[in-house]
Write a protein that binds this ligand. Structure first.
Ligand SMILES: [Zn+2]
Ligand SMILES: [Zn+2]
Length: 169
């Protein structure tokens, strides 16, 4: 699994939004599901998952759109308010504790290679999958895929999220 430079930066298409990511990703997923195809208008999305606290908005304003996930929960897409570029998303499982940053908005997208291709059962039929990147019909077991330190970060977020939900109930 490739090590990623922890100081990644990026921005939107018009240049108003600039952001910085202050830690190495937990995981980078290339998702081919039909919802990601619909939301991006493309073959798939590449999302870098990170604790939201490590994303620093340096300039610009963001706006949000809410769409539904496959399981009916709210998926919040955070965009540049000026040009609409999708920058990152909050998914229902971890809420706003973790964000999936669109790797295509990084200044150096090649610096965050995908750890896995997922939902390849739904991929456009002509898309070929890269060698050397594990792929899965739907999802994978993070305990098996991720190095222990990264899996621990994911587990910590899940525990925080459960505590949040319990506090709200
Ligand atoms: Zn913009
Ligand atoms: Zn997807």
């Amino acid at each position: 699994m490739a090590e990623v430079d922890p100081k990644l930066s990026g921005g939107c298409a018009c240049g108003a939004v600039r952001y910085e990511i202050g830690a190495a990703p937990i995981v980078v997923n290339n998702c081919h599901c039909t919802l990601c195809q619909k939301q991006t208008g493309s073959t798939s999305v590449v999302n870098l998952f990170i604790e939201s606290e490590h994303i620093r908005l340096l300039s610009g304003e963001t706006s949000e759109n809410v769409v539904k996930t496959g399981s009916g929960g709210d998926h919040v897409i955070v965009r540049c308010a000026a040009c609409g570029t999708a920058l990152w998303s909050f998914y229902p499982r971890l809420g706003r504790l973790a964000a999936g940053v669109r790797v295509g908005t990084l200044d150096t997208p090649g610096a965050a290679p995908a750890d896995a291709a997922i939902f390849v059962a739904d991929k456009m039929p002509w898309v070929t999958l890269p060698e050397g990147i594990p792929h899965f019909e739907t999802v994978y077991n993070p305990a098996e895929l991720l190095p222990p330190a990264r899996f621990a970060r994911m587990k910590a977020l899940a525990a925080l999220r459960e505590a949040q939900k319990a506090a709200q109930a």
